[in-house]
Write a new protein. Structure first.
Length: 298
């Protein structure tokens, strides 16, 4: 069995000072999620100490001290709803782990809505065609979960064929038109399920995907970052049946998060295991680095 020994995330950055909600920040600690907003020209970074919002060229601390949770996984379902998981802020009265949390005020405040305090979802994915269909992987107990009502209730799926331990899965996405069609990047390659995660078959054995992301919800476009025989950022028009290179490869790092602007198909952001953030407005012809080793670049 071939396994890819991926680099650690280099978790050495420390959030500078004692930030207050609404203040501008210069660095962050741990990159656990990266998602474009649905209601404005902005994106959010889930970190070890709360959410950071990027808008109009500024990096803004979103949360008050009691809400600066260690956000593990981030899914933005619509203009009003975010989901996350993880561990509570030191100033919070919540138990650890947080289970599934919901925010309806652009990430400022959060409340547990399910599986509290039972799960720690490190991967959290909402289907682009039907945001009620949400998939997640619990790193705490190494289980696969599926929700059909936007995260309020969950089924623990008994998977067959997905490599163990399930908690070590790197990436997860689903087909916008067929939400039961799921792809996962694992230690042994890329696997596919056609029944919402119950049974899996190997799709790619010579490479694995450290990031997988369905793009425009109206088609089968997919983006992935591969290591192995395939190396770097790739694009698919047929949900992973065939791939073309976007000529973007990192040295001593790899992409773990991909997000597409909901109103601008050519605008993409990438987040890496070594806490770098990259942006393109021309679908990868040119890239701008926005953060390096947890520090935002001017």
């Amino acid at each position: 069995m071939k396994k890819w020994l991926l680099l650690g995330a280099g978790f050495v950055s420390i959030l500078a000072g004692c930030q207050t909600a609404g203040s501008e920040v210069e660095e962050f600690s741990h990159l656990h999620g990266l998602e474009y907003a649905h209601h404005e020209d902005a994106f959010y970074v889930a970190t070890h100490h709360g959410l950071i919002k990027h808008a109009d060229g500024e990096w803004i601390d979103v949360n008050k001290e009691a809400e600066k949770h260690d956000f593990m996984g981030l899914a933005i379902l619509d203009e009003n709803t975010m989901l996350s998981s993880g561990h509570p802020s030191h100033s919070s009265d919540l138990e650890d782990p947080l289970g599934v949390m919901k925010s309806t005020d652009q990430g400022e405040t959060w409340e547990p809505i399910a599986l509290y305090p039972e799960v720690d979802f490190h991967l959290l994915h909402a289907n682009k065609g039907d945001s009620n269909q949400v998939y997640a992987i619990d790193a705490y107990n190494s289980h696969f979960y599926h929700s059909e009502d936007g995260g309020y209730s969950w089924e623990q799926v008994e998977t067959g064929g997905l490599p163990e331990p399930i908690g070590h899965t790197y990436s997860l996405t689903s087909h916008p038109q067929f939400p039961s069609h799921v792809l996962a990047g694992t230690e042994e390659g890329v696997y596919m399920s056609l029944d919402s995660g119950q049974t899996w078959e190997e799709m790619e054995s010579n490479s694995t995907a450290t990031a997988l992301e369905s793009l425009n919800g109206d088609n089968e476009e997919l983006m992935a970052y591969f290591v192995g025989e395939l190396e770097g950022l790739y694009f698919s028009k047929d949900f992973g049946q065939t791939w073309e290179s976007l000529d973007f490869t990192l040295e001593n790092d790899m992409i773990s998060y991909i997000s597409q602007h909901p109103g601008q198909d050519n605008e993409i952001i990438l987040g890496s295991m070594q806490e770098a953030i990259y942006h393109t407005s021309d679908f990868g012809d040119t890239w701008t680095q926005l953060a390096e080793n947890g520090k935002f670049l001017p």
